[in-house]
Design a protein around this ligand. Structure first.
Ligand code: DI6
Ligand code: FE
Length: 416
């Protein structure tokens, strides 16, 4: 019998386990009233009701009284571009003063300006500029984030972005999953030669980020303003040859068949998906690929085409939610706001929204055996909230009810 390191008692627990672990039935939160969690070695050793707690084993174990607070799994932000140089605030302002997107781009703005600033930044500078944004995200109970490259667009800078992402846990209590997104945009030096750039991505960049372990996965932007379906498939083949799982920015602005393609490669997730049709949704369902919805980009781009949420439900496609934190289309550092916007804009239920930043976000990262629900054997990553019901997390906009954050069983934020 493993000795327990600590106990969390007097809690109401939303386990988010699929069929209501420890409280069977169809409660979408898998709630345990008057619950307790025992931690050993940074993992959940036991979870259940106070009445079922083994008093003998609990004797002498340091206990934290949650004071009746709700506990959820630590939240997971599964799609961010939070590491980058410079910012695009001036562009935001120029456009609201009447400049068109093309004029901004001609004046050296847009994504290329972020690439320029990122190429100029050292790893230290990239880490330093990402930390305040990440701190804001973590203050809302987030314990794991995914971070993409994609503003370097040359081997050296793409790798620097991933190295910066890998160093973030030295500064903040968070686990980082990295994704190589070399096929995000065409760098200016390859203008008119997208296939030539994809050659570089496949022959030089993917082997490098796979060999060094700098990337955990590979992503691409399959879009009229990004890369074609064929170019994307070449990226996926290179990823597969190097043992890296894939995911895709798919069907954000048009339907190029990206969802079906990423499903064909057994992808972890297809992200955005406003323009996905039933064929794509069916393919995602067949492959168990998660649909990652990004209400921040939908809002900033003033998109009107809604992602096909009813089709995802009908075909049993899991839905995750994320900030898409990036300097252009989603300068967002609040995952709770994404819960609210997914409910108000996309008509998700609050339970679907919370599952989208816990259980489903874990699946979108391939980490479902380690995090995303509160169950024995998973990481003791959780957040305590001053709320009356778990659905309340999706209710306010701009209010943070997070009371404390626990990472691997240790209090890392807030107070008890
Ligand atoms: N889709 C987006 O919305 C962002 N990247 C992507 O593939 C935009 C990134 C930017 O404008 O900086
Ligand atoms: Fe994105």
């Amino acid at each position: 019998m493993t000795a327990w390191d600590s106990l969390w008692t007097n809690a109401r627990i939303a386990t988010m386990a699929p069929s209501g672990y420890a409280s069977p039935g169809d409660d979408p939160y898998g709630a345990i009233e008057d619950g307790a969690i025992a931690v050993a070695g940074g993992e959940i050793a036991w979870i259940g009701t106070a009445a079922d707690l083994d008093r003998t084993q609990a004797r002498g174990v340091p206990a934290h009284d949650a004071g009746g607070a709700w506990i959820t799994p630590g939240l997971i932000d599964c799609h961010t571009h939070i590491v980058y140089g410079g910012n695009r605030a001036a562009e935001f302002e120029q456009r609201l003063n009447g400049a068109t997107y093309a004029e901004v781009a001609q004046a050296g703005g847009g994504i290329v300006s972020t690439v320029r600033a990122t190429r100029r930044a050292s790893v230290d500078e990239l880490v330093e500029s990402a930390l305040p944004r990440l701190s804001a995200i973590l203050s809302e109970g987030v314990t794991t984030v995914e971070i993409k490259s994609g503003y370097g667009l040359d081997t050296k800078t793409e790798r620097r972005m991933l190295q910066a992402a890998r160093r973030i846990p030295e500064h903040l209590p968070v686990d980082v999953e990295t994704t190589f997104l070399g096929a995000h945009a065409l760098p200016p030096e390859f203008a008119g030669d997208a296939d030539g750039y994809i050659d570089l991505v496949c022959r030089e960049m993917i082997p490098a980020v796979a060999e060094t372990g700098e990337a955990d996965a590979v992503d691409a932007f399959c879009e009229t303003i990004g890369f074609t379906r064929d170019q994307t498939e070449r990226v996926f083949r290179a990823a597969r040859d190097h043992g890296l799982p894939v995911k895709l920015h798919a069907e954000q602005l048009s339907d190029l068949g990206g969802a079906a393609l990423v499903a064909e490669y057994g992808g972890l997730s297809a992200d955005h998906l406003e323009y996905a049709g039933e064929e794509g949704v069916r393919a995602l369902a067949g492959a168990g690929t998660v649909a990652v919805l990004l209400p921040g980009a939908f809002y900033y781009l003033r998109e009107t085409q809604l992602p096909p949420v009813d089709l995802f439900r009908a075909h049993g496609v899991g839905m995750a939610l994320s900030t898409d934190c990036n300097p252009g289309s989603s300068p967002v550092t609040s995952l709770l706001l994404m819960l609210n916007m997914a409910c108000t804009l996309f008509r998700l239920t609050p339970a679907e929204a919370l599952a989208g930043v816990t259980r489903e976000a874990a699946r979108a990262l391939g980490l479902q055996d380690l995090i995303g629900t509160l169950e024995p054997g998973k990481a003791a990553d959780f957040a305590l909230w001053n709320i009356g019901s778990p659905g309340e997390l999706a209710y306010p906009a701009g209010f943070n009810p997070c009371r404390a954050v626990v990472k691997y069983g240790v209090l890392v934020g807030g107070e008890m």
